[in-house]
Design a protein around this ligand. Structure first.
Ligand code: FAD
Length: 428
């Protein structure tokens, strides 16, 4: 690992320049294997473990350089395509992900298919060497700024529900895609409803084979749980990837400045909540309160358990073994960490926790009025904390998976797995 960090340091010393545009910097970072160092070296990675990749990100940050493009491309689409795509498809999609040129969203959930994702109704019907897609997706994070979507759609309603699904790399910038933002109580509109009306996708954009989408989607979900469980949503920097958002042409140094100024959001804070709250408690004297100290120790313990679990997994993998269910356990643990962070954060800031700023201007005004630039992070985590126990599969669904697939408990009864999708009862 020391050699890797020395290589990285050399790269940063010679290449980092805050006057580069974000796009120029990510081009260098991505093609040298530093955006996705845990990916295979044949495909823009360096074959590092997740923990080693974390040290790479930390080194980039400590150098004062802008980190890798965050978002669902790097977290989900890239690893899924690296696992199931043909070499031609890896060539077509992966470079644009590590260099942040294209942003991705996840078109999985529908109004009637969330936990029961395999019950999805969005359909793709063959038309020559293309497919015509009709349906509705919902809770699509980043859909409004995505170039491409990880679309799962029903391609064969005569098969049982898990078997007639296909995973497509779907072009979001086409007629027939209507995106409507959904505003959250944090004040942001992170996710959207997406309506697909006679939208098109081609055979060559099928990843992992026709009607094999359930297996491919499970790979995506596995990476989602593992990524979220390790404390992040791929948010390595504050610049946003993709051709639509407009950050690629901005000066890279601007984003590093924003970070050192205390800018950030709930998702960025999830990993560092313990340190921030401890510092706030030291500053306002709450650190002397025994119940605050007890709660902080509980949070610290949960974080340490997560770290030890990562080390256990690394050791098991090095010995050619696996720890079944660990991604699910990590995701459950992350949800608990977020809830604890919410509760302790609010308790430490006291009545100030009722003051939330809903946009950037309001936040500057509130920072100036309270003199506490970190208050916004505490209130945003508090309002956002309801999300992590839901996305990537709810806490209840994680427990079902651990029960059925790891502990061998009986599966839910019913003939849904063998009945053709078209004959299953539908809601509404
Ligand atoms: C912040 C956020 C971001 C998201 N981003 C995306 C995205 O980018 N793309 C995307 O496709 N989706 C996204 N989602 C959607 C998310 O994946 C779904 O909300 C989630 O899968 C739950 O589905 P649902 O909302 O339909 O709830 P439901 O499935 O209707 O569940 C309702 C309740 O019933 C419980 N329940 C359901 N089935 C069972 C069962 N069998 N056993 C026990 N309990 C059960 C659930 O745990 C839950 O408490 C996001 C969600 C959030 C909150």
């Amino acid at each position: 690992m020391a050699d890797v960090i020395a290589d990285l340091q050399k790269f940063l010393d010679s290449e980092w320049n805050p006057d580069l545009t974000v796009g120029e910097w990510w081009e260098k970072l991505g093609t040298e294997g530093w955006s996705a160092p845990a990916w295979p070296s044949a495909w823009y990675g360096r074959d590092l473990s997740r923990e080693e990749a974390g040290r790479v990100a930390q080194t980039i940050q400590q150098h004062g350089a802008l980190g890798a493009p965050g978002g669902l491309g790097l977290l989900l689409a890239g690893p899924t395509i690296a696992t199931h795509g043909s070499d031609e498809q890896k060539g077509r999609y992966l470079r644009d992900i590590v260099t942040g040129q294209k942003a991705w969203c996840q078109l999985f959930s529908e109004p009637g298919a969330g936990s029961d994702l395999a019950g999805l109704g969005c359909k793709a019907v063959k038309d020559g060497d293309e497919w015509i897609v009709n349906g509705q997706k919902v809770w699509t994070s980043g859909g409004q700024i995505a170039d491409l979507g990880m679309l799962i759609a029903r391609t064969d309603p005569d098969q049982p529900k898990h078997q007639g699904i296909t995973w497509f790399a779907f072009d979001m910038k086409q007629p027939g895609v209507e995106i409507r933002p959904l505003k959250e109580m944090t004040g942001r509109a992170m996710f959207n409803e997406v309506f697909l009306s006679d939208a098109r996708v081609s055979d060559s954009e099928i990843i992992g084979g026709l009607n094999n989408g359930w297996a491919v989607a499970n790979t995506t979900l596995m990476f989602e749980r593992a990524g979220l469980g390790s404390g992040g949503h791929g948010a390595a920097g504050l610049a946003t990837p993709g051709s639509l958002y407009g950050d690629l042409d901005r000066r890279a140094g601007e984003f590093v400045k924003q970070r050192t100024d205390g800018g950030g959001d709930a998702v960025n804070m999830l990993g560092g909540g313990y340190t921030l709250i401890s510092e706030l408690a030291k500053a306002n004297g709450k650190i002397h309160d025994p119940s605050t100290r007890q709660a902080l120790m509980k949070l610290h313990t949960l974080n340490e358990l997560g770290r030890f679990n990562n080390l256990r997994l690394k050791a098991a993998k090095a010995a050619g073994r696996d720890i079944p269910g660990l991604p699910n356990i990590s995701k459950l643990s992350m949800s608990e960490i977020v809830r604890q962070t919410r509760d302790i954060g609010l308790s430490v800031v006291g009545p100030y926790g009722t003051l939330h700023a809903y946009d950037r201007d309001e936040r500057s005004a509130l920072d100036a009025a309270t003199g506490n630039p970190f208050l916004g992070m505490i209130t945003e985590v508090a309002l956002f904390a309801q999300g992590p126990p839901i996305y990537g599969g709810t806490d209840q669904v994680q427990r079902n998976i651990i029960g059925e697939r790891v502990l061998g408990l009986p599966k839910e009864p019913g003939a849904a797995k063998t009945t053709p999708y078209k004959d299953l009862p539908k809601n509404g």
